[in-house]
Design a protein around this ligand. Sequence first.
Ligand SMILES: [Zn+2]
Length: 87
Amino acid sequence: MVTETERILQQKQPLLAEAEAAMRQEPVSMPEPEPEVEGWVACEACNQWRKVTVAYQERVEQEDIEFVCNMLPGLDCSMVSEFGVAE
Ligand SMILES: [Zn+2]
């Protein structure tokens, strides 16, 4: 014979387990938002994409600058871009 208290406990336990599981699934911290200051330019010489600021990318586009890798400090065409080659 199951007492009323035991019956209530048996009903509650799965709900508690669910609540605990839901709490564990809460992200500990929000993912970092994507920075909106990134731009891309392709080198005129080697066609590799180089990561620059949006301001730099806009300047290259608006002023029709022939961008080459060595215009960026510490960069030249012999360095392989992790971002691939422009079509
Ligand atoms: Zn280059």
